[in-house]
Write a new protein. Structure first.
Length: 128
């Protein structure tokens, strides 16, 4: 887990892009990076994506978790919730909060609209 003020070479900016790339690797849909650092004390970034079905969402989350844990920094989520029902999975990596939604949950909660005043980056294959 990256602790605040750690001497890690993986900044929150780099971490959020690494996570978005891992989501992309598992074909997550509509990956967005929200820069909330100037409006929230919760995190610097949210990364939001949709998984089409339960097994897809589970694969996205496991890929993120396993890939980050295998880095030299051994990054693990501080908190993980939603994996039982796979409707909305939240992974708390400190300065980066990951949201993996079902299509229905993404449409219902519309986090990107709730945080509509923040810079939003759409992550797609030309950025990967």
């Amino acid at each position: 887990m990256i602790e605040p003020n750690s001497q890690s070479d993986l900044s929150s900016h780099n971490l959020v892009h690494k996570i978005a790339r891992l989501m992309y690797d598992k074909q997550a849909v509509d990956i967005l990076i929200l820069d909330v650092q100037h409006v929230s004390t919760l995190a610097d970034y949210f990364v939001i994506a949709t998984g089409t079905v339960d097994v897809h969402r589970k694969a996205i989350v496991e890929h993120i978790e396993n890939s980050l844990a295998s880095l030299p920094q051994h990054i693990h989520p501080r908190h993980l919730e939603g994996v039982r029902h796979l409707y909305w999975i939240l992974m708390d990596y400190g300065d980066v909060i990951v949201h993996v939604f079902s299509p229905e949950a993404r449409n219902y909660y519309q986090l990107e609209k709730l945080w509509g005043d923040v810079p939003i980056e759409r992550f797609n294959d030309h950025l990967a």
